[in-house]
Design a protein around this ligand. Structure first.
Ligand code: AMP
Length: 495
């Protein structure tokens, strides 16, 4: 309430955007509620992006104020040179830890605790129309710039109800939840709304997501349920095995964002007594679409079958629908064999990207949204993701645009064409490699090509390897045939 008052007296008005660049912490939660509940829009931004992407997103959203964690300041200092509408940057710390910055003079720099200190702890929350925007999150579109997904109070509350259905997440008053999934990534999968709805205690991990920190936090705070991407859980599982420590209070781990490998199901359940639940979703759908909870009549005959049942991404949640179509938009059967484009619609699925119509062909008749995933669905409604039509790579839960990487590579004077594909990776799930077709008679050098990426994309986005080929296959319209390249080079081992 103090923060809502502070925003109001700063001059922010209904629907103004407040950006955040922050890890999972209590001040971030304060910002979530002070903004949305007073009619402002909480715009969470990924601090792992390149400064140019951050400034694009901040400018596109017309953020007026940014709230940032102290250790994200170096990134914001770089990005701020191009900020257009930002009037103030609030550093999420107290007076004792406040620092000097290199940010241009027309942006006011404020200490968070000083900002709220003198304000009243009473606030008359406005009665908002349910369709009022509450939060905003950008995701990598399949082409071009990042795309904004604007959530409403209605979609957010319905999604939180959906999460709390018995066989979905759900939270309870005796649960303690540790959201490892970042609060800048689809509102930590809705936990900051769904957990308080049930009076559930939330534990915030901050920036340190290594195995030791997570284990200590889980044990000290008696965490019962936690959520995150496979990469994080793989680190935790390895740490637990090496250290001999336990996480006895943890009953459920919700794993999504990428396909959950079988080793995680088996390792956590057999060795540490924590049930792994596989979920699928997208930024565009708040994010939950499916959760895998085997039902009555599906009793497994042994442990192998038990884990087989847990592998699919699961069944749809009430309030969300999905179906498969072919490339011409015809419905496909749900027979567990036929694969098709996966469409989604529902109370918490977006209808358009925020002030960006460049991908309007993904919004189909009757409210269906083309997810860009390829899947099969069986007779009992269990969906399995089998492929992706969208040309992006997901590494450790974060997107890398193949197109951005290709555009940089073709800037090399000896490169005729370049294609970026992903190869499987034990720790990061997927990593990008670049396939290069040299100009006739030229022999570009691998190191020179990789050097082109320095400073242009974040370090973790730089391809892990370069492969040279005489011929990048093209289709009839001149588009690179990525499927052919995936068949040919998808098994490439990074040197
Ligand atoms: P994001 O919007 O960053 O949350 O990414 C959404 C995309 O991540 C989906 O469209 C899928 O391609 C992928 N994804 C999310 N969850 C899973 C999962 N459980 N298995 C496979 N892919 C997933």
């Amino acid at each position: 309430k103090k923060l809502a008052n502070a925003f109001k007296s700063f001059g922010l008005r209904e629907s103004d955007r407040v950006g955040t660049l922050a890890w999972n912490g209590y001040r971030h939660l304060e910002i979530y509620y002070a903004t949305s509940s007073s009619g402002l829009v909480c715009h969470t931004i990924n601090p792992r992006l390149h400064p140019d992407q951050v400034s694009y997103i901040v400018n596109h959203a017309k953020d007026q104020v940014l709230c940032i964690d102290l250790n994200i300041l170096p990134l914001v200092e770089k990005a701020s040179k191009n900020f257009e509408a930002v009037k103030a940057i609030i550093i999420m710390t107290d007076n004792k830890n406040m620092v000097q910055t290199n940010i241009k003079d027309d942006i006011e720099i404020i200490c968070y605790e000083d900002f709220i200190n003198d304000h009243s702890d009473q606030f008359d929350w406005p009665l908002l129309d349910e369709k009022t925007a509450s939060s905003l999150c950008y995701t990598s579109g399949t082409t071009g710039n990042p795309k904004g997904v604007l959530y409403s109070h209605r979609s957010t509350v319905l999604h939180a109800y959906g999460m709390n259905l018995k066989d979905v997440v759900p939270y309870g008053v005796k649960d303690v939840v540790l959201p490892v999934v970042p609060m800048f990534h689809v509102n930590a999968w809705g936990t900051p709304y769904a957990a308080p709805m049930c009076g559930t205690k939330i534990v915030f991990p901050g920036a340190k997501l290594d195995g030791e920190n997570l284990t200590n936090l889980m044990n000290d705070e008696k965490v019962t349920i936690s959520l995150g991407v496979p990469t994080i859980w793989l680190l935790l599982l390895n740490y637990l095995r090496d250290s001999g420590k336990k996480i006895d209070t943890v009953k459920r781990l919700i794993i999504g964002g990428s396909s959950c490998p079988r080793t995680l199901f088996e390792g956590f359940e057999d060795e540490f007594g924590a049930e792994v639940i596989h979920a699928w979703g997208m930024t565009e759908m708040s994010p939950l679409g499916t959760v895998n909870m085997p039902s009555l009549g599906e009793e497994p005959k042994d442990r192998t079958e038990y884990y087989d049942q847990k592998l699919p991404q699961g069944r749809t949640i009430f309030g969300h629908q999905m179906k498969l179509v072919d490339d011409d938009g015809n419905d496909l059967p749900e027979d567990g064999i036929t694969q098709g484009r996966l469409l989604s619609r529902g109370f918490w699925v977006l209808k358009e990207y925020f002030e960006d119509s460049s991908e309007k062909d993904r919004f189909l008749d009757d409210g269906w949204f083309d997810t860009g995933d390829v899947a099969k669905i069986d007779q009992n409604g269990f969906m399995t993701i089998t492929d992706r039509t969208k040309d992006i790579i997901k590494s450790g839960g974060e997107w890398i645009s193949s197109i951005d990487l290709e555009n940089i590579c073709v800037g090399h004077p000896e490169v005729a064409n370049a294609a970026v594909i992903s190869v499987p990776h034990e720790k990061w799930e997927e990593r990008p490699i670049v396939i290069v077709q040299p100009m006739p008679g030229k022999s570009p050098v691998k190191e020179e090509i990789l050097e082109m990426y320095n400073g242009r994309v974040s370090k973790w986005m730089i391809p892990d390897d370069v492969i040279f080929t005489d011929n990048i296959p093209l289709g009839a319209t001149g588009k690179i045939l990525k499927n052919k390249l995936r068949d040919q080079f998808g098994g490439h081992k990074i040197s």
